[in-house]
Write a protein that binds this ligand. Structure first.
Ligand SMILES: *Cc1c(COP(=O)(O)O)cnc(C)c1O
Length: 370
C-alpha cells in the first residue's frame, strides 16, 4: 500500500516535470489487430512495426502484439529488425528496405529476413545463404520504388535462385490502396495475381492497412497492416472502425486576457478581433507537434474545441480558450484524442496521420496502458 502510494507520488512528480503526456493504449493496438485478423480468416495477419511502431514504442507494442497472437512482423531497417528480434525471439521478422551490400551476415546473425528488392540483392543473398535462410521477394507493380519489375520476376519462375535464396514470400505494395476505385489498384492487383501464379509454392502478400479492405482474392495469404493498428482510418471518408491508440495531453501553463487588436506569438501571426482569453500549453514543435498546424490546429479543454493561435513555438502553443471555462493553470489540454483523431490532426497540419504518429516526440512522459 505504502509503496503503491509512493510510486503514485513519484509518478505525479515525474509528470509535473514534463510538459505533456503521451498515452499509448496497447489493448487498442491488439484489439485493432484482432479485428483485422478476424475479418480475413483465410489470411494470416502480420504487423508492420517500422519507425518505432509508428511512434508508439516498439518495446511495448511488439510484445503486446505477440501475446495477441501475431507471429509475423515487418520493419524498415536492419537496425529496427535487430531491436525487434531482441523483443520477439521466435517471430518471423521481415526487413522491408532489403539487403544492404555485405549485410547478409548481420541478417543471419539475428535470424532476420530481408525483403529482397532487386536481382542484385537476390543474387547476393542466395550466394551467402544457399537456401538456409528465408527471405521475401518484393515485386514492384507500380510504385517504382523497391522491387523487381513484373517481367523480371516472371522470368524467375522455376529458376533455382528462388530456392537458393530461401524465398518463402512474394509481396508487392499498393500505390493508392486508400482509394479503392483508383484503376491503378485494380491494375496492381491483376499484375500481382500473375506474379503469384508464377510462384504457386510461395506465400503472397499485398495488403497494407487500406488493402485489408479489398476483396478476399486481393488480400492473399498475409496482411501487412501498420497505420490502422495504431488507430488510423483505413478507409478515409468512412467512419473509422479502428480503436484510437494514442492520446497526447499538455499542461496549461498560463491563462491570460488580451484586448481587441493585440497579437500573439512569433511574428504576430494572429490578432485578436475582440477581447479573448488565451491559454499557453507546455508543448511545441520540438515535441513533434507539427508547426504547420499554426493557426489551424485545435486542442480540447474540458471537451471544448479550442483553436490554436499564431505560430506554434518550439516548446509552447497558444490556444483560444474564450469558450472553455475549465481552462486554468495546471489544467490539461488534449491535442490528440477524442474528436481530435490522428487523421484530423494530420489534415489540420496539411499532412497525413502517418506523419503525426511517426513524429511523436520523446520529451514528454510516455505511458503505455493495457
Ligand atoms: C509501411 C508499409 C506497410 C504498412 O502500410 P500501412 O499503410 O501503414 O498499413 C506495408 N507494406 C510496406 C511495403 C510498407 O512499406
Amino acid at each position: 500500500m505504502a509503496s503503491a502510494q509512493s510510486t503514485a507520488e513519484t509518478t505525479a512528480q515525474h509528470r509535473a516535470g514534463h510538459g505533456a503526456r503521451l498515452t499509448v493504449d496497447l489493448s487498442a493496438v491488439t484489439a485493432n489487430w484482432r479485428r483485422l485478423a478476424a475479418h480475413a480468416p483465410q489470411a494470416e495477419c502480420g504487423a508492420v512495426v517500422k519507425a518505432d511502431a509508428y511512434g508508439c514504442g516498439l518495446a511495448a507494442v511488439a510484445p503486446a502484439l505477440w501475446r495477441a497472437g501475431c507471429r509475423t512482423f515487418f520493419v524498415a531497417h536492419l537496425s529496427e529488425g535487430i531491436a525487434a528480434r531482441a523483443l520477439l525471439p521466435e517471430a518471423a521478422i521481415y526487413v522491408l528496405n532489403g539487403l544492404p551490400p555485405g549485410g547478409a551476415e548481420a541478417f543471419r546473425a539475428h535470424a532476420l529476413r530481408p525483403v529482397l528488392g532487386s536481382g542484385e540483392e537476390l543474387a547476393e543473398w542466395a550466394a551467402a545463404t544457399q537456401g538456409a535462410s528465408p527471405a521475401a521477394l518484393h515485386v514492384d507493380t507500380g510504385m517504382n520504388r523497391l522491387g523487381l519489375r513484373v517481367e523480371e520476376a516472371l522470368a524467375l519462375s522455376g529458376d533455382p535462385v528462388i530456392a537458393r535464396a530461401g524465398i518463402d514470400l512474394v509481396m508487392s505494395h499498393l500505390v493508392s490502396a486508400e482509394q479503392p476505385d483508383d484503376p491503378l489498384t485494380a491494375h496492381q492487383a491483376e499484375a500481382f495475381a500473375r506474379v503469384r501464379a508464377a510462384f504457386p509454392h510461395l506465400r503472397a502478400s499485398l495488403a497494407n492497412s487500406s488493402g485489408t479492405c479489398l476483396a478476399d482474392d486481393a488480400r492473399h495469404d498475409l496482411l501487412r497492416p501498420g497505420y490502422c493498428l495504431f488507430g488510423g482510418n483505413p478507409e478515409p471518408g468512412r467512419a473509422n472502425p479502428m480503436r484510437p491508440v494514442v492520446r497526447l495531453e499538455a499542461t496549461i501553463l498560463q491563462v491570460r486576457q488580451v484586448e481587441a487588436g493585440e497579437t500573439c506569438g512569433y511574428n504576430a501571426r494572429w490578432r485578436a478581433p475582440a477581447p479573448r482569453r488565451l491559454a499557453t500549453l507546455s508543448l511545441g514543435y520540438a515535441d513533434g507537434y507539427p508547426r504547420s498546424a499554426s493557426n489551424s490546429g485545435h486542442a480540447l479543454v474540458g471537451g471544448v474545441l479550442c483553436p490554436m493561435l499564431g505560430l506554434i513555438s518550439m516548446d509552447l502553443i497558444i490556444l483560444d480558450v474564450t469558450h472553455a471555462p475549465e481552462a486554468r493553470r495546471g489544467g490539461t489540454a488534449t491535442l490528440i484524442g477524442d474528436s481530435l483523431d490522428i487523421d484530423t490532426v494530420g489534415q489540420a497540419a496539411g499532412t497525413i496521420g502517418y506523419e503525426i504518429l511517426t513524429g511523436l516526440g520523446s520529451r514528454y512522459v510516455r505511458i503505455a496502458i493495457e
